[in-house]
Design a protein around this ligand. Structure first.
Ligand SMILES: NC(=O)c1ccc[n+]([C@@H]2O[C@H](COP(=O)([O-])OP(=O)(O)OC[C@H]3O[C@@H](n4cnc5c(N)ncnc54)[C@H](OP(=O)(O)O)[C@@H]3O)[C@@H](O)[C@H]2O)c1
Length: 282
């Protein structure tokens, strides 16, 4: 297959690059400014020129707090972008793999969230990502949309890397314990996406994918420190003690039954964290 990867310099894009050798295909890894997913004519040309069979969209506006003041750009990238990709895929008879987020939910339930559960995003980022899912479905190309959560990796900026830095700089810090979910190692997500693509699909499907298990950000930070031998006094904070521009869902554990039944492995969060820390602490 000829596979176009957009937003390839981000966490997920780099993770797909990392594992791509295990899935022999021709890959075209692209990012801004050369390949802007908001530019439909450019995408249409690329599809023809490179004879693209599948697109994996890793491009997104992911700055959750900044999005609150930047609705226009967040909408352009998270809604117009996937619409363009879906149109380009449809016209080229190609498949689209698109990634969305647990932030499409309001976090008010306390049972793992299924693909069929009602969405109710509480911020701009979540609203634009939900609209992005909807436009992909509307355009009607062959597409899978995979919602993921709490993504981290050895690439770019993320919670694990921030904790490692702050843990080495400070003697004490606080992390919220009233936001519960499951982290996702981007390498695991990259494998899941490649497996879905390799197995093949037609029509539209929506899946949830994170690592397995349930923790708070506090537990996540504590485990990062313990596994890295970092001694720090860690305080459990309530979200109200750590105000942020955008509200976050309090509970966003994703139910992975559907994707497991599709034959995709879902590693336990701690096992995957150990793998990532081996690279980050090397
Ligand atoms: N990070 C998380 O915790 C998290 C959680 C749930 C779901 N997700 C979803 O998972 C996916 C991957 O996230 P990630 O953490 O890998 O994102 P990321 O690291 O922020 O990477 C996104 C990439 O897209 C690029 N990009 C931005 N606008 C673009 C455009 N118009 N055209 C082409 N590329 C563009 C970015 O470039 P610049 O850096 O230059 O802007 C960046 O390289 C996204 O769909 C995200 O919404 C992420």
């Amino acid at each position: 297959m000829n596979i176009l990867v957009t937003g390839a310099n981000g966490q997920l894009g780099n993770s797909i690059r990392k594992i791509s050798g295990s899935y022999p295909n021709n890959y075209f890894f692209t990012d801004m400014p050369e390949v802007d997913i908001t530019n439909l004519p450019l995408l249409e040309n690329l599809m023809k020129e490179k004879q693209i069979d599948a697109i994996i969209n890793c491009a997104a506006y992911t700055a959750v707090d900044k999005a609150e003041d930047d609705v226009e750009l967040a909408t352009k990238i998270n809604v117009d972008g996937p619409r363009n990709l879906a149109i380009a895929a449809k016209n080229a008879h190609a498949k689209l793999v698109h990634v969305s987020t647990d932030y499409v939910f309001d976090g008010k339930r306390n049972l793992p969230l299924k693909e069929t559960d009602a969405t109710a995003p509480i911020g701009v980022y979540g609203r634009t990502k939900l609209a992005g899912e909807e436009v992909v479905k509307e355009v009607g190309c062959d597409a899978v949309v995979v919602r993921t959560a709490w993504l981290y990796s050895e690439f770019g900026g993320n919670f694990v890397k921030t904790m490692l830095r702050l843990g080495r700089e400070r003697s004490e810090m606080g992390v919220v314990y009233d936001q519960v979910g499951t982290p996702t190692y981007a390498t695991d997500l990259a494998v899941a996406l490649m497996e879905l693509l390799t197995k093949g699909f037609s029509g539209f499907s929506l899946y949830h994918y994170s690592n397995e298990g349930v923790i708070s950000w506090y537990d996540f930070a504590k485990t990062i420190f313990d596994l890295s031998g970092i001694k720090i006094k860690l305080n459990a904070l309530e979200s109200s003690e750590y105000p942020s521009k955008a509200e976050r869902p309090a509970f966003s554990v994703l139910n992975k039954k559907k994707i497991r039944e599709a034959g995709i492995k879902v590693p336990y969060w701690r096992d995957s964290l150990i793998e990532c820390l081996k690279l980050l602490n090397a």
